[in-house]
Write a protein that binds this ligand. Sequence first.
Ligand SMILES: C[S@@+](CC[C@H](N)C(=O)[O-])C[C@H]1O[C@@H](n2cnc3c(N)ncnc32)[C@H](O)[C@@H]1O
Length: 441
Amino acid sequence: MTQTERTEWTGRVLRLRIEGPAQGGEFVARHEGRVVFCRGGITGELVEVVVDDDPGRAFCRGTVIGVLESSRDRIEPLCPAAAAGAGCCDWSHIDPVAARGFSGRILAEQASRIGRIHSTADRVPVGVPAGDDASTGWRTVARWVTGADGVPGVRRSRSRDVVTVPCVQADPRIAEAVLAAGVGPHREVLGVLGDDGEVHVAHRRVTDPVTRGRDRRSRQGAATSARARSSRPGAWELVSGPSTVTRRVGEHTWRLPVDAFWQAHRSAATHYADLVRQAVSGAPGLPAEPVVWDLYGGAGLFSAAVLDVSPRARVTLVESSRASSGAAGTALDTGPGIVTVCARVEAFLARTDGDPGRPGTPDLVILDPPRGGAGIDVMADLSGRTRSRIIHIGCDPASLARDVGVLVAAGWTLVDLRGVAAFPATHHVEGLAVLDPPRMS
Ligand SMILES: C[S@@+](CC[C@H](N)C(=O)[O-])C[C@H]1O[C@@H](n2cnc3c(N)ncnc32)[C@H](O)[C@@H]1O
């Protein structure tokens, strides 16, 4: 079928054999020369799929409504909300060990397709954070929305509708506190469980457009403008729990505002800090007083890890959120060892000398950007400046592959690429890449 040929398969039920997992969590199948991205399938299964989104190109999307030949990896869905159509735990029907294998395949495939990083292995190893393999109750930072009835829930997949059947990701103590707080209709609700066992509940107004019955494109437009509007109110109103959240990793204790970023999985911060310590310790030719940049650094989780293994390091933490960067000092001795810069990474790099009083050529860079990644310009800039090692942590396999691909194309060597199953029962996975620069001869 050509790109220009019109199709309208919406509502059609197809019998399909499921192939491999795709970036984004759906599984690929084919029908009459078109790709059908299937939600709710597993590799090898024969299924019936109803097409629910047909953009009229070489592909369409559908949802599994019947399993004719089931995979051994299929389990009873862990999440009632996902089973009711919520967009939370899209892999809740897949055995967790198999799910980690699928994540590893996606990481490898994206590295090859987008990053042009070719390896003989068809999957990247994916482990659980700090030995914690719980599939439910792992989330310590959770968001809900309330509809007109004020009952908290999660959004239906690809819709603004709210599913109020409980999702299993959040620690049950958060769900209890959110229900007890009774925040009212049309609110965005944030529940956070601190490492001291305190639960914090905050909320803010959400402008919730009516999108039921609209086509996908206008729903997406409405969702985008709703995001823009809902980010405008800005301030969260704290209705339960102390005003700062306690976070502990090793010897370090942070006191964070409730809306400051922290890794959502209860064991992720400890695990990533460990991986960063290992990668810093193994960096080739790192001087005794290395210049280190912790980019997209939040409240300094990785700055702390660097100082644990390299106490004389001169660390610059760059973070655009004032709430997060301002909290670095609650755990770290900011001053000669660590300087915090509240700025966008792009703006920080544009000052050619980096931070005043510090060289603009770091020995080591750690970057942990949001889902969209750092981008080609930032990566090209870092490639030209960094002397010893770059550690990239990324929660989207495609943007991680693109970012790392920039370094590999510039001659850097990928010495480690691994995944961490930090979002169990979902297709989301954290990737960690360690790269060393080309050797000068
Ligand atoms: C995935 S979080 C990582 C935070 C930190 N590394 C940690 O593990 O706690 C990404 C952080 O990047 C920040 N951020 C987003 N875009 C940014 C930009 N362009 N420049 C600097 N920081 C940015 C966000 O506020 C967020 O704190």
